[in-house]
Write a protein that binds this ligand. Structure first.
Ligand code: PBG
Length: 324
């Protein structure tokens, strides 16, 4: 049936009609808020490259986590920053690392909040690379052991889930085995499986001070031209024991999210990364668009593509709107 019998505008006549027929709905339940922690006490320092984002010392991170939980956001994703850097990134797996301190401070508050930790060496190595360097190359296999130690340290401190973002081959299996061997059978793994070598991580690298000292991340992160490879990598990570797989960044990779959703039965997470976040802020600041509408539309597009979980710096802003 076609016009004039069919009129699409009938289902758009007013807000209530549109609300009823909406095919996609955003919910606070699917949001994860990334947070940066740094050494010190009573410290909350603004991150210049990222609007309204801060580095918190472990005590204040716990306070902030309580606010996030009060908004109904189910999880935070922790990144360690400003630790002493060395060749192997040894602060990454220290039992008293800022991340471990923050986890225990947050967990001592018994919040209804999952603590997920980013597992990667880039903020801890003096090279700024995500793996250990051998013969001037990022060495895959010797990095695995270090990532396992880092995951274990986080699990011991009380993390509910670890999220390896380094992109070394075989890491999910090695981390799963290390956790299981020590009895952390319930610590989940969310793998940054489809992590592309993207320009959209720019602002984050300022936040974590993790810009590579030489070269780039193209020998380990996925080439943006390779969608099929991204799917293969997700399949491999699921095989190795990933409970959740992630697509990152989200916006330039909505096709990958949609394919992954159709292909796999595990939850699919999408990371609305720092560059995507700051693009909207910058455009709004320039008077080019309305921030709130652009934010909601962007996150809705990620959900519509098929993401079950959305990791976003907008999480508290969205939650405040959705909770109204
Ligand atoms: C660490 C890591 C990065 C991000 C998350 N984990 C940066 C990178 O790979 O360079 C980016 C997050 C963002 O841009 O919001 N490997």
């Amino acid at each position: 049936m076609s016009f004039p019998r069919t009129r699409f505008r009938r289902l758009r006549v007013n807000k209530t009609m549109r609300r009823m027929v909406a095919e996609t709905r955003l919910s606070v339940d699917e949001l994860v808020y990334p947070m940066f922690v740094c050494p010190g006490k009573q410290t909350k320092e603004p991150i210049e490259a990222m609007e309204n984002c801060f580095r918190f010392s472990p005590d204040l991170a716990a306070k902030e986590a309580a606010k996030i939980a009060a908004l109904g956001i189910p999880a935070i994703l922790l990144f360690g920053t400003k630790e002493k850097k060395d060749a192997v990134g040894s602060r990454a797996w220290a039992a008293d690392s800022v991340v471990c301190q923050a986890i225990s401070k947050i967990k001592s508050k018994t919040l209804e909040l999952l603590v997920i930790t980013d597992v990667c060496l880039c903020a801890y190595t003096d090279s700024g690379h995500c793996g250990v360097i051998k013969d001037k190359k990022i060495n895959n296999d010797s990095t695995l052991e270090v990532l396992a130690k880092m995951s274990l340290a986080h699990a011991k401190a009380g993390a509910d889930m670890v999220a390896p973002s380094d992109m070394m081959d075989g890491r999910v299996g090695v981390i799963r085995e290390a956790l299981d061997d020590e009895g952390f059978v319930e610590t989940a793994i969310m793998s940054y499986s489809s992590k592309f070598a993207s320009a959209f991580y720019g602002p984050f690298r300022d936040a974590a001070q993790s810009t590579p000292a030489f070269g780039d991340r193209k020998t380990y992160q996925i080439d943006p031209a390779c969608g099929r490879q991204a799917i293969r990598q997700m399949a491999a990570d699921i095989e190795q024991g990933a409970d959740i797989v992630m697509v990152k960044p989200a916006l330039a990779y909505l096709d990958i999210i949609a394919k992954a959703r159709r292909r796999f039965d595990v939850p699919i997470a999408a990371y609305n990364v720092s560059g995507e976040y700051m693009m909207l802020h910058a455009a709004a600041k320039a008077g080019l668009l309305d921030l709130q509408s652009a934010m909601m539309e962007t996150l809705l597009s990620i959900k519509r593509a098929g993401a079950d979980i959305i990791i976003t710096y907008f999480a508290p802003d969205v939650a405040k709107i959705l909770n109204k």
